[in-house]
Write a protein that binds this ligand. Structure first.
Ligand code: AMP
Length: 212
């Protein structure tokens, strides 16, 4: 099963990706997490990505495509996967589609639809676990113990790009670069739209209906 998650930043893709992956017994990956892992390890790729990420801009396609293809080509991911945050441009979508031509293509595209003001509310209160990347929200899904991850005990932090002015720019970039992909995937017939303004459990149930 090869599933991709498309939607604006803060639409809940990261919260649901692990759940969807475990439904199908596959792995999920977030391209943003791959970049952040590189940043934390201070790799050349991390250094290159940092300036773009800090401003809420997209990292150039060549670099992003190489990084995600490297993950997909790992033999442990060959049975299927959930991609969160990739593809985000038409060039990325075409690269992925041509890479998957021989193996049945993309099975499902889930489009997480939610409006800008809800996203600003969500992202400005978001906290992320340093250990396992699990997202929390200070109001909507707080951790059981302040600043500590419920699942791995790691410390929680606010991402630099979850500041209001950067959030607005990320949304603008999303509308310009990624929103056109919705039409592209709708035409392929395997896109399902999820009302991502609902609470976490309702979104989860809507996804279960959409992938079955
Ligand atoms: P995310 O965690 O998905 O919000 O991604 C954080 C940042 O990583 C984005 O604002 C971009 O700078 C970069 N990024 C993640 N995925 C992509 C992608 N598919 N294409 C280009 N840049 C990306």
């Amino acid at each position: 099963m090869k599933i991709i998650l498309v939607g604006p930043p803060g639409s809940g893709k990261g919260t649901q990706a692990g759940h969807i992956a475990s439904m199908f017994g596959v792995n999920s990956v977030s391209s943003g997490d791959l970049f952040r892992d590189n940043l934390a390890k201070n790799t050349e790729l991390g250094k290159l990505a940092k300036d773009f990420m800090d401003k809420g801009e997209y990292v150039p396609d060549e670099v992003t495509i190489d990084m995600v293809m490297g993950w997909i080509e790992d033999p442990t991911h060959s049975s299927g996967f959930v991609l969160d945050g990739f593809p985000r441009t038409l060039a990325q979508a075409e690269a992925l589609e041509s890479r998957l031509l021989g193996s049945g293509g993309i099975d499902r595209v889930l489009f997480f639809n939610v409006d800008e003001e809800a996203l600003v509310d969500r992202l400005s209160g978001r906290l992320i676990c340093r250990g396992c990347h699990m997202p929390y929200h200070i109001k909507f899904s707080p951790p059981l113990i302040t600043d500590q991850c419920n699942s791995c005990g790691g410390g929680l932090y606010q991402r630099d790009d979850d500041k209001v002015e950067v959030i607005r720019n990320r949304f603008k970039v999303y509308m310009q670069e990624t929103e056109p992909l919705v039409k592209h995937f709708r035409e392929s017939g395997n896109l399902r739209e999820i009302d991502a303004s609902m609470g976490i459990n309702d979104v989860k149930r809507a996804i279960e209906r959409a992938v079955r």
